[in-house]
Write a protein that binds this ligand. Structure first.
Ligand code: FAD
Ligand code: NAP
Length: 540
């Protein structure tokens, strides 16, 4: 199956077995597995370094909100033994160091091209191959096109009128400069109050002379209770058991579940359960009761617990009310994890402006303007999020059978089989694509599962004589219907979230990730493989 890499193959093109787009957690591991199968591969990465999310998001306070012990690769025992984390939740710098270590340790760099954005990929039906182009002039041919482009890598642009006239510096959290940014003595605006903003606000407030937070929607946030990583956690014997639990869980995290309904227990037991998870820190709160994400009453109880916590931390009743999330169920937007968020918002030099009541109208050379007036600032941080799940793919001109584009196939929203493949796009795989648990999970676990599944599929294809693998339309339609049916039994679609595409004007609204849980999803993928790649057409 492996091809000789030819600098100038048929038609003058360089030919390879596989092209991988993106060099984050997904692209790096995919390259390693392809090499292990004896396949020739090239990774193209738009950034000038590897690391994906952890390369781009260098904003102050950026860190993971899944515990380091779970947010790491598990495919190599020596790697697990050698790499020792320093904190319960790793900082961006540490994650970037880890991913650079992976690139060096597994000798990946020689097949990675940096500063190379893939602009187009076209399936040549006659040759049964993908032709791929980059914005720096690469043009090559590969049997497989593997999209490791990231669910949260296409930033939402800050298209506020007048931004071009702003005379201070402005930043997007998802494209933060590599050089140090000094906010010392400055008046700084932060637009947005999602996970990124909630992480950076307390850190920027330490340096800024004045910090103005422009909040449109208050979010639910839990304290991280970060701490140094303890040696006892670095126990490989226990690790295997932990990873097994994580792989079979709902969200690929190690917090314990609870089979009880929030409605069946006493008020005291309910409060104790919430409190225990709040004190544990991080996302454990998701597992407090079995019906939190499916029953509005149970969900409201969790929301009331959070509201009480906010009132405990914020003395000013008007500010506490403004910071209390309303109008959507807890969990329907991703719960944030913070360190000193509310404590920071009560500091004298920090203000919160309600831009739901008075939206941002424009940006002037020196201020952010709302109907209530001008807020003079020296720097603006846009923490306004991403064109999630489909944005990075939409930027590539992807053409499958008959020249049909992915944009056409997805005009009413993304349609995939298992989030891994798309009917009409043979030998193309998406890592953690829409229709898979992806962003509802600890993504490193979901990425490893997808990469391993794809590698196994390539081996199966090899056994059948190296043909094409492609979802059937029927299997895809059934999977899309299943994804929608599962989501509709939950409260998840009832917020204007990025999960729904609601943060991007004009984007079709549907719940994009699969909400059946990573354990059940893994079983389904394994079953599909065991049944000879049921739902995929394999042709020679
Ligand atoms: P990415 O890391 O996004 O990498 C994709 C890469 O593809 C990028 O480097 C991009 O430049 C490149 N690319 C895209 N399009 C092209 C193209 N056309 N040509 C060439 N290159 C291209 N997940 C968790 O599970 N836990 C967390 O705590 C967590 N924290 C997060 C914090 C932040 C700030 C963000 C933004 C996301 C977070 N996530 C978290 C999600 C995170 O994206 C994933 O965990 C994981 O890093 C995704 O890896 P990836 O390789 O799939 O994608
Ligand atoms: P986000 O969750 O989409 O939050 C964007 C914020 O910007 C929201 O508060 C949004 O308000 C606001 N906003 C957008 N456009 C606006 C406008 N025109 N005017 C005013 N406000 C506007 O983006 P994010 O914070 O970057 O996080 C994205 C995802 O990345 C997270 O959900 C999470 O999955 C991941 N992440 C994780 C971590 C972590 O803790 N490890 C950190 C960062 C990111 P509305 O809600 O009203 O739209």
């Amino acid at each position: 199956m492996a091809e000789v890499v030819a600098e100038s193959g048929p038609g003058g093109l360089e030919t390879l077995d596989a092209v991988v787009v993106g060099a984050g957690f997904a692209g790096l591991y995919m390259l390693h597995r392809l090499r292990g199968l004896g396949l020739s591969a090239r990774v193209f990465e738009a950034g000038d370094g590897v690391g994906g999310t952890w390369f781009w998001n260098r904003y102050p306070g950026a860190r993971c909100d899944v515990e380091s012990i779970d947010y790491q690769y598990s495919f190599d025992q020596d790697l697990l033994r050698d790499w020792v984390w320093t904190e319960r939740y790793p900082r961006q710098e540490e994650l970037l160091r880890y991913l650079n270590h992976i690139a060096d340790r597994f000798d990946l760099r020689r097949d990675i091209r940096l500063n190379a954005r893939v602009s187009a990929a076209t399936f040549d039906e006659t040759a049964g191959r993908w032709e791929v182009w980059t914005d720096r002039g690469d043009h090559l041919s590969a049997r497989f096109a593997i999209m490791a482009t990231g669910c949260l890598s296409a930033t939402k642009s800050p298209d506020f009128p007048g931004l071009e006239s702003f005379e201070g510096d402005w930043f997007h959290t998802g494209a933060w400069p590599a050089s140090e940014v000094d906010f010392g003595g400055k008046r700084v605006a932060v637009v947005g109050t999602g996970s990124s903003a909630i992480q950076l606000i307390p850190v920027v407030a330490e340096h800024a002379a004045e910090l103005i937070v422009f909040q449109r929607t208050a979010n639910f946030t839990v304290p991280a209770h970060n701490r140094p990583y303890v040696a006892a956690e670095h126990d490989l014997e226990q690790y295997d058991e932990r990873r097994k639990f994580v792989r079979e869980s709902f969200g690929a995290m190690a917090y314990p579940g609870n089979d009880k309904s929030a409605l069946e227990v006493s008020a005291r037991e309910r409060e104790d359960e919430f409190e225990e998870r709040w004190q544990a820190g991080g996302l454990a709160i998701y597992g407090a009761f079995t019906d939190l994400l499916v029953n509005a009453e149970a969900n409201a109880m969790a929301a009331a617990f959070f509201a009480a916590k906010i009132r405990e931390k914020v003395d000013d009743p008007a500010l506490a009310a403004l910071l209390t999330p309303t109008g959507f169920p807890i969990g329907a937007k991703r719960i944030c994890v913070d360190t000193n968020y509310y404590e920071t918002l009560t500091r004298d030099h920090v203000r919160v402006i309600d831009v739901r009541a008075s939206p941002i109208r424009e940006i002037t050379p020196s201020a952010i303007r709302t109907d209530k007036g001008d807020y003079a600032v020296d720097a603006i941080i846009f923490a306004i999020g991403y064109d999630a799940m489909t944005g990075s793919l939409a930027k590539i001109d992807i053409r499958g059978r008959g020249g049909h584009t992915l944009a056409q196939s997805w005009s009413a929203g993304p349609r995939t089989y298992l989030g891994l493949g798309v009917a009409g796009f043979p030998n193309m795989f998406i890592i953690t694509g829409p229709g898979s648990p992806s962003v509802l999970s600890n993504m490193v676990v979901s990425i490893e599962q997808h990469v391993d599944w794809i590698a196994d599929a390539l081996v199966a294809l090899r056994a059948r004589g190296d043909g094409l693998i492609e979802p059937t339309k029927e299997a895809q339609d059934a999977w899309v219907a299943h994804v929608n049916a599962v989501a509709s039994r939950t409260l998840l679609p009832s917020a204007n979230s990025w999960y729904m595409g609601a943060n991007i004007p004009g984007k079709p609204r549907l719940f994009m990730p699969y909400s059946g849980g990573v354990g059940a999803y893994r079983e389904k993928c394994d079953e599909v493989a065991a049944n000879g790649y049921e739902g995929f057409a394999l042709t020679s």
